[in-house]
Design a protein around this ligand. Sequence first.
Ligand SMILES: *[C@@H]1O[C@H](CO)[C@@H](O)[C@H](O)[C@H]1NC(C)=O
Ligand SMILES: *[C@@H]1O[C@H](CO)[C@@H](O)[C@H](O)[C@H]1NC(C)=O
Ligand SMILES: *[C@@H]1O[C@H](CO)[C@@H](O)[C@H](O)[C@H]1NC(C)=O
Ligand SMILES: *[C@@H]1O[C@H](CO)[C@@H](O)[C@H](O)[C@H]1NC(C)=O
Ligand SMILES: *[C@@H]1O[C@H](CO)[C@@H](O)[C@H](O)[C@H]1NC(C)=O
Ligand SMILES: *[C@@H]1O[C@H](CO)[C@@H](O)[C@H](O)[C@H]1NC(C)=O
Ligand SMILES: *[C@@H]1O[C@H](CO)[C@@H](O)[C@H](O)[C@H]1NC(C)=O
Ligand SMILES: *[C@@H]1O[C@H](CO)[C@@H](O)[C@H](O)[C@H]1NC(C)=O
Length: 502
Amino acid sequence: MLAVLLIYTTAVLTVAAQMNLTPLGNATQSSLHYSGKPQNAIEPPDSNKWSFDKCTHTSYGRTKAWWMFTFSFGYAYITDIKIYYREHFAYRMDGFKIYVTNTSTIPPDGYLCYEDPDPGLPNITQTIPCFQLGKYVIYYDTKGDGTYGTWGPTVELCYVVIKECPPSYYGNLCQSRCPVNCSGPCDLETGQCTDGCINGRFGETCELDAQCFTDSKMTNCTPEIYQLNPLSGPRGGGTILTISGKYIGSVNDSISIDISGVRCHNVTVGKPHFNGGATFTIRGEGFYNVEKITVERVDKHCDVLEDTSVVCKTPQNRRNQPNNQTVHVHFDDLTLPVNVEYVEDPTFEKFPVVYEYDKESSIQIKGRNILSGARLEDYRIHVGLDGSCLLTDIDMQLITCFPPKSVPRTNKTDLNTVHVIVDVGNIKAYIGDLHYKVDINTLAITVGIMTAALITAVVISVFAVIIIRKKKKRTIQEFEIELMTREEMIREASRKGDYFFL
Ligand SMILES: *[C@@H]1O[C@H](CO)[C@@H](O)[C@H](O)[C@H]1NC(C)=O
Ligand SMILES: *[C@@H]1O[C@H](CO)[C@@H](O)[C@H](O)[C@H]1NC(C)=O
Ligand SMILES: *[C@@H]1O[C@H](CO)[C@@H](O)[C@H](O)[C@H]1NC(C)=O
Ligand SMILES: *[C@@H]1O[C@H](CO)[C@@H](O)[C@H](O)[C@H]1NC(C)=O
Ligand SMILES: *[C@@H]1O[C@H](CO)[C@@H](O)[C@H](O)[C@H]1NC(C)=O
Ligand SMILES: *[C@@H]1O[C@H](CO)[C@@H](O)[C@H](O)[C@H]1NC(C)=O
Ligand SMILES: *[C@@H]1O[C@H](CO)[C@@H](O)[C@H](O)[C@H]1NC(C)=O
Ligand SMILES: *[C@@H]1O[C@H](CO)[C@@H](O)[C@H](O)[C@H]1NC(C)=O
């Protein structure tokens, strides 16, 4: 299994969905022009398209115009307000203001969230952040529309969205939970308890126990330490300790702890680092003084790079164990727990058939979880015995790379076929075979050589035939001569009455 090392933080990042509050209330406005009623702005659609039954419309010729939203349930934790104004009518919106208030008085008396600045016309669709606790949201305009002196301001809102944090959340995205001992909600920006504490606590976030802390925040109680992490550190010192317990004083108190007479400070665990296997770096001090640094279930000792940093390999995740695990690193006989998150191993698809490679293009290797635990630089793609594929692109499902242009060495019988192996962490996956196409030039040369050979062969055989023929002819001639000679001899003999041949 590949492993990713995580630096755990205490913050839990849950982004609570912000809710649109407009369905939970009702709207009013300064006056009504035809059917441009105030509710039109809280009913869909969310668009700037105007008509009397989709947008609001207040009467002309007034000195002020307003639209007000009232929450049916009292207070709400508003985070932002989005408005859609009538299209092409930005000049009527010019100079508008948005308030959050606790009273319905006009002119508004409360928090001014936004005032359209001069010069220039406002955008007809705007999101206005406004972190406030309040009962009313008021769109307010006292500026005339500027076209006809007497028309005065008008409100033509087509849609309004008012967002809030759910109770007991705070932060820009409502991502943080209010302290548990707050009585009720907390400040939307800082998370401080606005309505006091419960459980006999006090302090801005109700973190302090009244029994033990006076107003000067000095502890009256004897500290109780539940846990010390790590319980020990390298001999040379250099360990940052996490202490949990009760009455340990405020966060910034300096607490010093000595282990076996050595002051501990500064050990952090570095980011994951892959290089042929999942490794991680531990930084601290005094590592040269440690004889042996090991990780549980890993045979190889960690490499001490320098006095302040050491690189260790992560152990294999045990079967049926959760993916988040604490791995213990041993410094001689001292132990440091390190959190490791194991992720799904990448898997790769085999080439369905031998990959015909044209020596030009890139090849693609498909898979899953390709980047879940590893990075581009952790991958090696072996082509044949001594080639490697040059990675150009990588994502979760696909690796793109360029194999070498000339055929690498191979252990296959066909010299133009090589294997492709993906090498990452402890994984070596055989993907399939790559066949280097025999290119045109080689083909031409081969054909040339073969033609030449053929011609030579033909020429040679022709010569051979000629020579053989010549030889035959000569033999025949010799035979004929001999025959004639013998004939001659016989004739001669018969003439002389010699019966020697009869
Ligand atoms: C909103 O107020 C109007 C006028 O008072 C009323 O007719 C309407 O029913 C109210 N709507 C809701 C959803 O309460
Ligand atoms: C409305 O009242 C609440 C409770 O008193 C207060 O926290 C809040 O700041 C007030 N809102 C405005 C806009 O004044
Ligand atoms: C209008 O919108 C544009 C682009 O979203 C933004 O840059 C500009 O600041 C906005 N103007 C006003 C007055 O809000
Ligand atoms: C909240 O109060 C209870 C009771 O005093 C206490 O046990 C708990 O630790 C407090 N929680 C926090 C986060 O302070
Ligand atoms: C602790 O120190 C930090 C930085 O020095 C400071 O921002 C913070 O307010 C301090 N906290 C307390 C409770 O004193
Ligand atoms: C702890 O580490 C920080 C940052 O590396 C360094 O500035 C500081 O001096 C170290 N503290 C000690 C006591 O060595
Ligand atoms: C492991 O821890 C990380 C970081 O805290 C978290 O995001 C993740 O969900 C955890 N995974 C499991 C399986 O618990
Ligand atoms: C060729 O080499 C690969 C990788 O080293 C190996 O997996 C494969 O078994 C070898 N094939 C033969 C026929 O030796």
